[in-house]
Design a protein around this ligand. Structure first.
Ligand code: AMP
Length: 190
């Protein structure tokens, strides 16, 4: 199995790259943000709960997010591996993911991080907001709050995976193709 955490701040290009990489490596792509948005669209209980947090750019509580992630993994028993996109976002999520994968006799092979400067991220998100219909991409204060959440709760995961010798930073500035090939080089080496 090959399990990759695709990491980076909002707007770094995780979703775009995960879509390209999943076919090349035959992996299942799980984006927790996409799962929440699907649930909101379908007005499920989980969707209602997540919406209030997402609308503000706050993280959805760990317990809810972790349970949902486990269910997504368990729904794909035939998978050759996973690309986790937007998860883990807190240390508690990372520890739960490690424990959960260990129970399945597998683990994370690497955290591959897209590194992009913040001013470029805001520009990308506001541009995406024009077409994505995502309300959290259309309002600069919500975007700023997502960065705050990232800095205060998520950025430390670099240390978490570095301690396990599993952190790989990739320059996330450039064309989509250029970035995909840099990511592929890292993933091929795992
Ligand atoms: P994303 O599509 O990854 O940008 O996520 C959009 C929003 O979904 C985030 O701003 C959070 O409100 C929520 N979300 C997605 N993944 C997580 C996670 N792992 N933990 C908590 N909240 C999350």
């Amino acid at each position: 199995m090959k399990n990759i955490v695709l990491f980076g701040p909002p707007g770094a290009g995780k979703g775009t790259q995960a879509e390209l990489l999943k076919s090349k490596y035959d992996l299942v792509h799980i984006s927790t943000g996409d799962v929440f948005r699907f649930n909101i669209k379908n007005q499920t209980e989980l969707g209602m709960l997540a919406k209030s947090y997402m609308d503000q750019g706050d993280l959805v509580p760990d317990e809810v997010t972790i349970d949902m992630l486990k269910a997504e993994v368990n729904n794909n028993p035939e998978a050759k591996g996973f690309i986790f996109d937007g998860f883990p976002r807190t240390e508690s999520q990372a520890a739960s993911l490690d424990a959960f994968l260990k129970e399945k006799n597998t683990g994370i092979d690497g955290m591959v991080a897209l590194e992009v400067p913040e001013d470029l991220l805001v520009e990308r998100l506001l541009n995406r907001g024009k077409t994505s219909g995502r309300s959290d991409d259309q309002d600069e204060s919500k975007i700023r709050n997502r960065f705050n959440e990232y800095e205060s709760k998520t950025a430390i995961l670099k240390d978490y995976y570095q301690k396990q010798d599993k952190y790989y930073g990739v320059d996330g500035v450039g064309s989509i193709d250029e970035i995909t090939s840099k990511l592929e080089k890292v993933i091929d080496s795992l």
